[in-house]
Design a protein around this ligand. Sequence first.
Ligand SMILES: [Fe+2]
Ligand SMILES: [Fe+2]
Length: 239
Amino acid sequence: MLTPVHRWVWSDAKRRVDKLLRFGETETDGGRDILRAAETTSDPLLRRLYLVHAIDEHRHGELFRRRGAALLRALPPHSKPAFQAVWLAPGGHGLDDLNVDEESDDAWLAFLHLSEKAAASRFTVYRDVMQDDPPTRAVFEEILHDEVFHMNYTLVQLARVSPRRHRGRLWRARLSRLWKGYLRLATAAAGVVGGLLLTIQYFVLLPPFAWLARRAERRELRGWTPVSRAGGDSLTRQY
Ligand SMILES: [Fe+2]
Ligand SMILES: [Fe+2]
């Protein structure tokens, strides 16, 4: 349904470059979190899978950055920064929402599964709207292949680690993501409302002060004003 919107978002060359470079950072950051999860887990199989996963995410970061840099070199000089439309076309996995050190294996796996699922569905749309740019489309295609594997192995491992509670864990992770999404939306809305109120204040409250200042300026004498000698010897006042 949102395909035309995504087509518009990715149609701007400068925005495409910025997005790819930002996606590169997000993938690498996500890889670091997963590497941390590999260090903290006591499950040997999970550790192996997390290491493979972290290497994948690091490679995704490289792929996005390399493609972004290639497109950046092809941009005309002094290209204007475009509106980023982060809300319309977000990237990455949203792994920043969870502190790896404080989570159990099953909570982390549930969260990871949902994040990978979200990334896979986004990248599918981005790949599909990239018909005019085969190399970028190929990057999304390659990354999408890995994201589908990440999405599947996390679910299988969640069911293995927590056979009885894995559905509950998934629901908890879903609600947590929903809540974080609401908080992000509320923060963005607060920023817009705050900006609007300050603009209204600027145009409603400042004009009377400007008018008073102009009136006071008209009463001021022009040029140099002679100062009487009497009382001019104070060390604390000018006159
Ligand atoms: Fe990735
Ligand atoms: Fe992934």
